[in-house]
Ligand binder design. Structure first.
Ligand code: FMN
Length: 203
């Protein structure tokens, strides 16, 4: 049995449920899994592999950026996967960002108005930009995959400024966009990618 950590942060709870579904799939594959909020994780040394997830909140959630930066050296020595939850994503056809494989929820990604010339908001919501945020935070860490999943948005629970940002920039429709079969299929594929990584050690 190998210990895998699924570490996440959330603002409104939906990313936590995604983290739990991922942990469930990893357990089904025979791995021993711990699910923790990022704030609860002091060290990642005991874990053979780490999955890190957080919502896009004007960039990848700050707690996730800090976490990957702080644990960068240890993360760079073992298999790691990132996942992001988001409400708007531009369909660009990219399969990788900085040579890291992307897993893009096809139900979330929307084709741009003009594929030859993305608008500002379309570029903002592109996989390269979202994944780039996460990858640039800890350049030594090369995840086996960066997944971008649909999240959940309840506009009426937001304060005025966040609500205005989401309405004006993200232009997201409120609702639950989580695509459970896609999320679970991604998680089910992780054990093989972890085992193929040179830093994998069964503990
Ligand atoms: C202030 C704020 C900023 C957000 N920024 C983005 C964003 O830049 N891109 C995006 O696609 N979604 C954005 N979202 C939507 C969230 O990523 C989405 O609702 C996510 O599922 C929330 O996860 P949580 O329920 O775990 O907090 C934003 C939401 C809020 C409230």
């Amino acid at each position: 049995m190998s210990n895998v950590l699924v570490a996440y942060t959330t603002q409104s709870g939906s990313t936590e449920e995604v983290a739990q579904a991922i942990a469930d799939e990893l357990s089904k594959a025979g791995l021993s899994v711990e699910t923790r909020r990022l704030e609860e994780v002091a060290t990642i040394e005991p874990y053979a592999a780490v999955v890190i997830g957080a919502p896009m909140i004007v960039g990848w959630h700050r707690a996730a950026m800090k976490f990957v930066k702080r644990h960068q050296a240890a993360l760079s020595r073992r298999p790691v996967a990132y996942f992001l939850t988001a409400m708007r994503l531009t369909l660009t056809g990219q399969q990788t960002a900085q040579d890291v494989p992307l897993a893009i929820d096809p139900a979330l990604a929307m084709p741009p108005r003009n594929p030859d010339r993305l608008g500002l908001k379309e570029r903002y919501a592109s996989p390269a930009h979202y994944a780039g945020d996460a990858l640039d935070a800890a350049p030594m860490v090369r995840p086996v995959s960066v997944a971008i999943f649909g999240g959940r948005l309840d506009l009426y629970k937001l304060k005025l400024l966040p609500m205005l940002f989401v309405m004006a920039i993200i232009q997201a429709q409120p609702g639950d966009r989580r695509n459970w079969p896609f999320i679970r299929a991604w998680a089910a594929g992780l054990p093989d990618s972890f085992r193929a990584h040179p830093g994998w050690t069964a503990v």
